[in-house]
Design a protein. Structure first.
Ligand code: SF4
Length: 251
């Protein structure tokens, strides 16, 4: 435990009672640093690793443990989100191990943008639930949307499957980018190959984070992209469900 005092983690912020980042009521840690540049990102203020604030892993551990009764009562836990939490995977792993010893349910909300090394594999072993963003399944489109190749995303999905890790896949539906019925069919066919994927969470693209782009003076390219309607989302969900893929979305 002592070693957590000597580990620094850069975080953007945390939320003690999150309800949208995994099952139950969750303590959500938004970590600093992300190698992707998703056009729809609602947290561009997490991109730079050397920003945010530094906390010791021990302080974060103590803070999280204050909420264990809420977590247990609601079958919740802690979710590490971001940014891309695996940017700081070496600092994160010892904290996850200590939380695991305390019986805290651990979810990692990630785009899998990291190489598969021993630390990554240990993190996969330690977490209870992976929440993996699959931003686009066509490599060229993934790169246009995020700035990077989807190789690491696919390798991470494979690594989760090889360990039979409970996984929720997250699909942010963006009109004109990944919202057609044909895309949904292909998405379902891909996901069906992975029996460890329990469900696909379908999230409508939204513009709530635009003010952050403006504050950071970064041009926002999706200004003219509409938000999908509830009916659009329902229709896509039904395509997945018809192929036997369970979905989660807000109706
Ligand atoms: S992975 Fe998440 S934090 Fe990183 S750019 Fe994409 S949406 Fe933003």
């Amino acid at each position: 435990m002592d070693n957590l005092d000597n580990i620094n983690i850069r975080i953007h912020s945390y939320e003690s009672a999150g309800t949208v980042d995994g099952p139950g009521i969750r303590f959500v840690v938004f970590m600093q640093g992300c190698p992707l540049r998703c056009k729809y990102c609602h947290n561009p203020d997490t991109w730079e690793l050397n920003s945010g604030k530094v906390v010791s892993a021990k302080n974060l551990f103590d803070e999280i443990l204050k909420y264990t009764s809420f977590m247990k009562f609601s079958k919740g836990g802690v979710t590490f989100s971001g940014g891309e939490p695996l940017v700081q995977k070496k600092a994160l792993l010892p904290l996850l191990k200590e939380l695991k010893k305390e019986g805290v349910h651990i979810a990692i909300d990630t785009a899998g943008t990291t190489n598969i090394d021993d630390t990554t594999l240990e993190i996969i072993d330690t977490m209870d639930l992976a929440m993996l963003d699959v931003k686009h399944i066509v490599p060229y489109e993934y790169k246009l949307l995020t700035g990077l190749s989807n190789d690491m995303n696919i390798s991470f999905l494979e690594a989760l499957a090889s360990k039979n890790k409970r996984t929720w896949v997250r699909w942010v539906v963006v009109p004109n980018i990944n919202d057609t019925k044909e895309y949904a069919q292909k998405f379902a066919s891909l996901i069906k190959k992975y029996p460890n994927v329990e469900l696909v969470e379908i999230l409508p693209y939204h513009k709530n984070g635009i003010y952050k782009w403006e504050a950071l003076n970064i041009p926002y390219q999706l200004k003219d992209t509409p938000e999908p309607t509830k009916d659009n989302i329902k229709e896509l969900a039904e395509i997945l469900e018809n192929q036997g893929v369970k979905t989660l979305y807000s109706s």
